[in-house]
Design a protein around this ligand. Structure first.
Ligand code: M6R
Length: 620
């Protein structure tokens, strides 16, 4: 959940570690934003550090008022609190008791109480309530006992820790060296020219280099200005591979938009188009990403989709598509429920994990569990160099570009697109659709980006609507078939952004309970299926609208252009262009993304960094 950055540069590049670290932290702030800090070592071996509760701006202001010594080596951290509240003293870096070593941590050290008790009994005085501080004291002790080998000291210590961690350490005796280690928590190295970087993700160093290297599970890395050395937790050298980040620093900037969220919603057409690029060609779907698992895809008899939050709602779209087109039964399950319920898995089970960040701990653990049980794991992921793809048998990357706002938007439409491609790919392999049927779907899918652009043109109207509703305390969302996950997504956006009670329901469930919630003035969004829908769901949902209207609800319908049947019963209708039934979902979700953002903005809330949340949940 926290953001981590490390830097070392050669003499010729100047004393600029504070600037590099703060730049990295700005791009990582979405990972956690309740406090931040940096530690720097200057050329004379002086270690200086500063940390502040609150958003990164508090630290930056403080450093402007009273600058740190600067140097060419340093570490920086932006925190999402787990152990200990968001205070100055609980912020990272943590210094060892001799003041010569600084450490930052992302994750949870599960056995910290025992370790802390031991240290306290030996006279160590703790400055914070965090689990992380134990690691600082332990590494400093190991360093002193081992004669000054920082990497070896960290290696000794990580072998005594339980839980999830990325740790970065610097020592005053070692200007020009940052050592990092990771277990169940992300760490990526950035390879520069006369300088090297570490980060929780590539955003930490994208302003300086696009060359990167991901660090594997239970590995330890030492960076110097001219070298990167990776060993495993046993101390054995590890072979590494570089990759090139396929976006640049400008993609990770706001680019003139009022918020990252506004920018990312505006990028939804591009997210779909880029995910289709090279994969939907000449009326056919070619997923070369899956060539390595072709045989397995032919024999699987069950699919289980695992994900959390918005990604899980995208997973429901995948269920409907794969079942309809490829005729394989699909279950969708929240990753954290999946792995603790003893699911029955075998080699004929395809587990599809979905994660924007590729670092969500619940999803990662479920992926590992599924593979241990013999299932094939295919991941849909947006982040190169992240952990979930490394732990999977195959990966379909969505090409949505970096998503910085905590609320997921463009990643959702890209995930839906990738799942539709997967459904068509499976149908092609297994011969459950004809080439003509596939070509028809491909043509429809390729038209979606332009149709989303048209939906975006109604943003002003949605803003006005949101402005009227700024005092609303509860909003319900109803949908059927693919409208159901869209209802869930609309409700989640309102909860996380506008802190409003919001629930999404399957419209068919209404009379089984939720209708009791309807009272005069209750706002209900209804995602109306197309009147052309072959399942004849349209009249059923129009009846639902009448039922709730009769009880005083105010209805905002999201309906296809030209759907006259809805007009007499809805207070507002937001129109979306015509699309094939499954793909309507990628259009209907857009007004709800805009609505969540605009309602939060109308309430004066920070839409990019909602309270209590972090972008990727890298702890359980
Ligand atoms: O990075 P992931 O896609 O694995 O993240 C999953 C969820 O944590 C994420 O979608 C979360 O629900 C968002 N805040 C929703 O907007």
């Amino acid at each position: 959940m926290c953001g981590i950055v490390g830097y070392v540069g050669e003499v010729g590049l100047g004393e600029r570690s504070v600037e590099v670290l703060l730049g990295g932290l700005k791009r990582l702030e979405y990972r956690g934003y309740d406090s931040a800090g940096v530690a720097v070592i200057d050329a004379d071996g002086r270690l200086d550090s500063r940390k502040k509760a609150g958003k990164l701006k508090m630290l930056i202001d403080d450093l402007e008022a009273t600058p740190l010594v600067d140097g060419r080596t340093g570490i920086g951290h932006t925190r999402w609190a787990t152990h200990g509240g968001p205070t100055d003293s609980n912020a990272h870096p943590h210094l060892a008791d001799d003041g010569r070593l600084a450490l930052i941590h992302n994750g949870i050290i599960e056995n910290f109480s025992e370790l802390k008790a031991e240290l306290v009994s030996e006279g160590v005085e703790f400055q914070s309530e965090t689990d992380s501080e134990v690691a600082a004291h332990l590494v400093a002790r190991a360093y002193r006992a081992g004669g000054g080998d920082l990497a070896e000291a960290l290696r000794m210590v990580v072998n005594t820790l339980h839980g999830a961690f990325t740790l970065l350490v610097v020592h005053a005796d070692q200007p020009g060296l940052v050592v990092g280690a990771r277990r169940n928590s992300p760490l990526v190295v950035g390879l520069g020219d006369g300088e090297n970087f570490m980060g929780s993700d590539v955003a930490a160093f994208i302003a300086h280099t696009r060359r990167a290297m991901s660090i594997g599970q239970d590995q330890l890395v030492s960076i110097r200005p001219d070298s990167v050395e990776v060993v495993d937790f046993e101390g054995r050298p590890v072979e590494t591979t570089e990759f090139e980040v396929d976006w640049d620093a400008s993609a990770a900037d706001k680019g003139g938009w009022s918020s990252f969220m506004a920018k990312e919603i505006s990028e939804e057409p591009e997210a779909v188009a880029n995910t289709l690029l090279g994969r939907a060609v000449d009326g056919a779907v070619t997923l070369t990403d899956l060539d390595g698992v072709r045989e397995q895809l032919l024999t699987v008899d069950r699919v289980i989709v695992i994900a959390c939050g918005t990604a899980a709602y995208a997973g429901i779209l995948g269920k409907y598509a794969i079942e309809q087109w490829a005729r394989i039964p699909v279950e969708v399950e929240l990753a954290h429920e999946f792995r603790y319920r003893d699911p029955v898995l075998d080699a004929r089970t395809l587990v599809v994990s979905i994660s924007q960040s590729g670092e969500t701990m619940d999803t990662l653990m479920a992926v590992k569990y599924a593979r241990e049980q013999g299932a094939q794991v295919l991941s849909i992921c947006n982040t190169q160099g992240s952990t979930i793809p490394r732990e999977s048998d195959a990966v379909i990357y969505t090409h949505a570009g970096p998503e910085v706002a905590v609320a997921s938007t463009k990643a959702f439409v890209a995930q839906g697109t990738a799942l539709f491609l997967l459904g068509l790919h499976l149908a092609t392999l297994r011969g459950t659709l004809t080439a003509e049927q596939i070509a028809e779907q491909v043509t429809d899918l390729q038209a979606i980006p332009e149709k989303i652009t048209r939906v975006l043109e109604s943003s002003d109207r949605i803003r006005t609507l949101a402005g009227w509703m700024a005092d609303t305390r509860s909003v319900l969302f109803l949908g059927r078939h693919v409208g159901y996950p869209i209802a869930l997504e609309g409700a989640l956006k309102l909860k996380e952004l506008a802190y409003i009670h919001a629930e999404g329901f399957a419209a068919g469930e209404l009379k089984h309970g939720p209708i009791a919630l309807i009272e005069p003035g209750q706002i209900v969004f209804v995602i109306v299926p197309s009147p052309r829908d072959p399942r004849s769901l349209h009249p059923k949902v129009v009846s639902n609208i009448q039922e709730i209207r009769a009880r005083g609800a105010r209805v905002i319908a999201i309906a296809e252009e030209g759907d006259a049947a809805v007009l007499p019963f809805a207070d507002e209708v937001l129109h979306i262009p015509l699309a094939a039934p499954l793909f309507e979902s990628l259009l209907a979700v857009v007004p709800l993304h805009i609505f969540g953002m605009e309602l939060a903005a109308a309430k004066g809330l920070d839409v990019d960094q909602p309270r209590n949340l972090a972008k990727s949940v890298t702890v359980e």
